[in-house]
Design a protein around this ligand. Structure first.
Ligand code: FBP
Length: 308
């Protein structure tokens, strides 16, 4: 059966016009990031699109997103993984949390990268994940993909328009759910630093024939789980009890996407979206994906903690 192609504006037709404009702006900026990547790798003899001094790609992408968002009249506050403080403008109704180029260490080896964004309606930052109005990530892969979670669910789209509109994002408009049964898993951090609960759970996933998918890029690895069903974690580690991911910029937005896709998001003891934020730079252990698997992990975690 042929599916009708929807534009980004059509996908967002039941949302506030300002939110639709904001997502369109973010999509345009993601296209600019993707176009800049080969230049950063030196394929244009170090020529920078703006003729500026060559900057690290994560610094450049942070400046691009932050400046354009704050100038848009839509965004009042931006907190980014690349900045120590929240940046503010005088106008705008949205507060944005942003990891402008997640996995930037993958740039030179041409592996997957992403931009992660959380959208709050007029909230001071840091904010609680439960208060997110929308969340999304852009995946810079073989094609530029947008995974967008709004209140009614998750939709997938890609920069795949035709002719002069080639930068246009198009979608099948369908609500995407994490498929069942789960078939893949990925867990970050050095294996020797995993706790007994994580080790035991991974062994159990392997016995159930889930395939390992791990490339060291959060959005790239998570996207496999979103498409194939499964479990993804950057867990607590023996030398880093809070793991690696920042609550505001990485864990909350992807937890929101996961819940909207019918899955669950946990810190091991509770729902990521219910964590009270204590600072912009706060980290949390992050376990995401298939609802039953995440619950199963939580009960194993609890029983291991009681034994300890
Ligand atoms: P950055 O915040 O330094 O970009 O690190 C994030 C990240 O690259 C994630 O995308 C990825 O999941 C993780 O680090 C990989 O970490 P590790 O190398 O420890 O497996």
């Amino acid at each position: 059966m042929a599916v009708k192609e929807s534009t980004l504006a059509e996908l967002m037709s039941s949302e506030d016009r300002s939110l639709s404009k904001l997502v369109t702006l973010l999509a345009d900026l993601a296209v600019q990031v993707q176009q800049r990547i080969p230049r950063e790798l030196g394929f244009s003899a170090g020529v920078n699109v703006y003729g500026e001094k060559q900057l690290e790609m994560d610094v450049w992408s942070n400046e691009l997103f932050t400046k354009k968002l704050l100038k848009s009249n839509l965004v009042r506050r931006v907190a980014s993984e690349e900045m120590e403080d929240v940046a503010e403008s005088k106008t705008g109704e949205y507060s944005i949390v942003l990891d402008p180029l997640d996995g930037s260490s993958n740039l030179k080896s041409n592996n997957l990268l992403g931009t992660i964004v959380g959208v709050y309606h007029d909230k001071p930052l840091p904010a609680k994940g439960r208060d997110l109005q929308a969340a999304m990530y852009f995946l810079y892969g073989p094609y530029l993909q947008l995974v967008l979670a709004l209140k009614d669910g998750v939709r997938l789209s890609a920069a795949a328009g035709r002719g002069v509109g080639a930068r246009r994002f198009v979608s099948d408009g369908l609500i995407h759910k994490l498929p069942r049964p789960p078939t893949v898993y990925g867990v970050g951090g050095l294996r020797e630093k995993w706790t007994p609960a994580v080790r035991q759970f991974v062994e159990c996933l392997e016995r159930r024939k889930l395939s390992l998918r791990y490339g060291g890029s959060f959005v790239g690895d998570y996207n496999q789980v979103l498409f194939k069903g499964g479990f993804f974690a950057y867990p607590e580690l023996t030398d880093s009890p809070q793991g690696k991911y920042r609550l505001q910029f990485e864990s909350n937005p992807v937890a929101f996407i996961t819940e909207k896709a019918g899955g669950r998001a946990s810190t091991g003891t509770g729902n990521i979206l219910d964590v009270e934020p204590s600072s912009i730079v706060q980290r949390v252990p992050t376990y995401l994906g298939d609802a039953e698997l995440v619950l199963e992990f939580q009960s194993l975690y609890k029983s291991k903690s009681q034994q300890a």
